[in-house]
Design a binder for this molecule. Structure first.
Ligand code: NAD
Length: 414
């Protein structure tokens, strides 16, 4: 049976609710998004034609603070997907103790077919369309799939033009010269590597020589690969949307990175044997990092996964049915809301720096990231051990209890 992404989040949440005594009214609130905005907007293309695009912004819950979440440009964006991603952001921020609710945005488009000037005009139009619900204390966007620091610069500039003053705290993931935080670009991948290392420590295992496969060699996947290699692991398989490369002696990450940066895709690298892209998922490795899109590990392919540990760089890569199959196989899954929380942790530091006008050294940023993430990992691990449940359900319990406690203090009035 196929679940929609919102049904998938709901299933994960219901499973966690069953282990808690969170009041009924909080459960009801958390089952629905607070706000979903759909915008349709025109963009002038380079050939002079006007095309219309559709975009969404969802603010799922803001009990803990302003909502925070990325903006995605992809042909497959749907309202459902944006709502599910905003829900995951809500649980993620609560889990790692950030003063944020969760949000997400997306525009249905094929960014690989748009020129840079078209992307800029699209970004400025989309930002204008959702402007009324943005603000440094309301909702703060960040990059996600196929959006970059440049996209964030255009969003910040558009918001600032309308307000009449420069507002660097309106987005995170900006270029450093505009107040972007040192370490933000690497933060999500760094976090994936840190949580994997922490799990290995708990299991009494060493990362030295451990074979790793990475699905999606974009921002998250490539940095996770570099940090895991630095920690002693061996990256043997890598894929992007075009193809997969596999070498059990270890792949040259610098070469792959350079190719991906230059051509936005790996398939131009003629030197290696190209395989169908999904082969990266099924290699005989210790660790698998799904870092592409959601719904990659499903009931129909979960049995083919050979990895013993999955660290979810992407949001929602594993369906609930696949979780059941993996649990039976004894695979440890570090859930997305924990494994990829490094990005929003450093986004929070970027926001705090922008609000205060004081900027920190990269070492300080990395230390703060590490401390927050390891503390969250320990909490999740303890809860999983105590209740004999998966790391995913344990992570949801920690997050949901936090939000419930905040609702309890704030109250529902009148
Ligand atoms: P990105 O655009 O930089 O990279 C995505 C990569 O996945 C690209 O290399 C693309 O070619 C590849 N890809 C797409 N479909 C694929 C497929 N079917 N098989 C293999 N590869 C495929 O995006 P990103 O920022 O790295 O985000 C990746 C995932 O991580 C998304 O789920 C995103 O929501 C999540 N995430 C990102 C951040 C962040 O800070 N960027 C933070 C948390 C979570």
């Amino acid at each position: 049976m196929e679940f929609s992404l919102t049904e998938m989040v709901q299933q994960q949440v219901e499973k966690a609710f069953a282990h808690t005594d969170i009041p009924d009214y909080v459960q009801k609130i958390l089952r629905c998004p607070k706000l979903v905005l759909e915008v349709n907007f025109p963009v002038k293309m380079d050939n002079g034609q006007i095309e219309c695009f559709k975009g969404f912004r969802c603010q799922y819950d803001n009990a803990l603070g302003p909502t925070k979440g990325g903006v995605r440009y992809h042909p497959g964006v749907t309202k459902e997907e944006v709502i599910a991603l905003a829900a995951w952001m809500t649980w993620k921020c609560a889990l790692v103790g950030l003063p944020y609710g969760g949000a997400k945005g997306g525009v249905i488009c094929d960014p690989l077919k748009l020129s840079e000037t078209e992307l800029e005009r699209l970004t400025r139009r989309f930002t204008t369309g959702i402007m009324t619900i943005l603000g440094p204390h309301i909702d703060i966007p960040a990059p996600d799939v196929f959006t970059t620091s440049k996209t964030m610069a255009w969003m910040m500039d558009t918001f600032s033009m309308f307000k009449g003053y420069t507002e660097p705290a309106i987005v995170t993931g900006k270029p450093e010269v505009l107040g972007g935080s040192l370490g933000r670009k690497q933060a999500t991948g760094r976090g994936v590597a840190i949580t994997t290392r922490e799990l290995y420590k708990k299991l009494g295992k060493s990362l030295k020589g451990a074979p790793v496969a990475v699905q999606g060699f974009g921002n998250v996947g490539s940095h996770a690969a570099f940090f895991l290699e630095e920690m002693g692991a061996r990256i043997v398989a890598v894929s992007d949307s075009s193809c997969a490369f596999i070498d059990h002696d270890g792949l040259p990450l610098d070469e792959l990175w350079e190719c991906s940066e230059r051509h936005a895709c790996l398939s131009t690298l003629g030197k290696f044997k190209r395989l169908p892209r999904d082969e990266a998922l099924y290699q005989d490795v210790d660790i698998l990092i799904p870092a592409a899109l959601e719904n990659q590990i499903r009931e129909d392919n979960a049995d083919r996964i050979e990895a013993k540990v999955i660290s979810e760089g992407a949001n929602g890569p594993t369906t609930p049915e696949a979780d059941t199959v993996l649990e039976k196989k004894g695979v440890y899954v570090i859930p997305d809301i924990l494994a990829n929380a490094g990005g929003v942790i450093v986004s929070h530091l970027e926001w705090a720096q922008a609000l205060s006008g004081l900027y920190w050294e990269e070492e300080e940023i990395n230390q703060r990231l590490e401390k927050r993430l390891v503390a969250a990992f320990d909490k999740v691990w303890e809860r999983a051990q105590e209740k004999n449940i998966s790391l995913r359900t344990a992570a949801y319990i920690v997050a949901l209890e936090k939000i419930a406690e905040v609702y309890d203090y704030r109250g529902i009035f009148p």
